[in-house]
Write a protein that binds this ligand. Structure first.
Ligand SMILES: Cc1ncc(CO)c(N)n1
Length: 227
């Protein structure tokens, strides 16, 4: 099945992201507050758009079951995932709502969001968008499972809750996406299946860039807007 191939394609990115500074910074509790703030500002905006893209897919699908799933996922993103963000905000020591008052689509987040929107607007079949969305829940789940398997997080570890959150709450999300992708791929030609695989792999790389974006506190170049 295509999803087996997609999961295999994600392996290299999961290993790379796991070894990069953001995840290692959480595990070792030495990530800077500035990087956590940058991540929270970018991720709050990213999740808003993720929910909007779910809404776009609801209007494109004819399957009642898929509609129910997309609605449920929107509800989770808009309400549930903030729990993971609150854990990071507590470590920073500032109210989450205040932290995310600032922020914008920083360059790497911008590219990731537009990669998903492009597929939602340009492609009728929702599998193309789902293949660009699937690395989001899948890679976080795998990163968290890997961290929990390879480390003993003490009760008072500042980020234990973050890893627990992603190793337990989102396995269903990715599974449903992969099932839908496999179903649609069964009706596609090799070129279209190649696009699904490319969309997925690019989003897996976007996941890596997103975390690294927070470590470098990536911003758009300052331009004097008054000239
Ligand atoms: C960028 C990004 N990818 C995945 C997740 C997991 O939902 C998230 N919160 N943010």
């Amino acid at each position: 099945m295509l999803s087996t191939q997609l999961k295999q394609d994600a392996e290299q990115f999961i290993d790379e992201i796991y070894g990069d500074d953001f995840i290692q910074g959480l595990i070792n509790e030495d990530i800077s507050h500035a990087s956590l703030i940058h991540y929270l500002q970018a991720d709050a905006l990213y999740l808003e758009e993720f929910a909007n893209i779910y809404a776009m897919l609801i209007s494109k699908t004819t399957s009642k079951e898929m509609m129910e799933y997309l609605l449920e996922e929107m509800r989770f993103i808009l309400g549930g995932e903030v729990e993971a963000h609150e854990i990071l905000a507590r470590a920073v020591g500032r109210p989450y709502a205040e932290i995310i008052e600032d922020g914008e689509w920083y360059p790497s987040a911008d590219h990731y969001i537009k990669h998903m929107y492009y597929n939602a607007y340009a492609k009728e079949n929702i599998a193309f968008t789902l293949s660009a969305m699937a690395p989001c829940p899948y890679i976080y789940q795998k990163l968290a499972e890997k961290a929990m398997a390879q480390n003993v997080f003490q009760e008072n570890h500042q980020y234990r809750g973050w890893f627990e959150f992603y190793s337990g709450n989102i396995d269903e999300t990715a599974d449903v996406m992969f099932k839908a992708i496999d179903k649609e791929a069964g009706k596609m030609n090799d070129y279209e299946i190649g696009l699904l695989r490319k969309n997925f792999r690019e989003s897996a790389e976007h996941e890596r860039r997103f975390f690294n974006m927070a470590m470098t506190r990536e911003h758009w170049a300052e331009v004097d807007m008054n000239v």
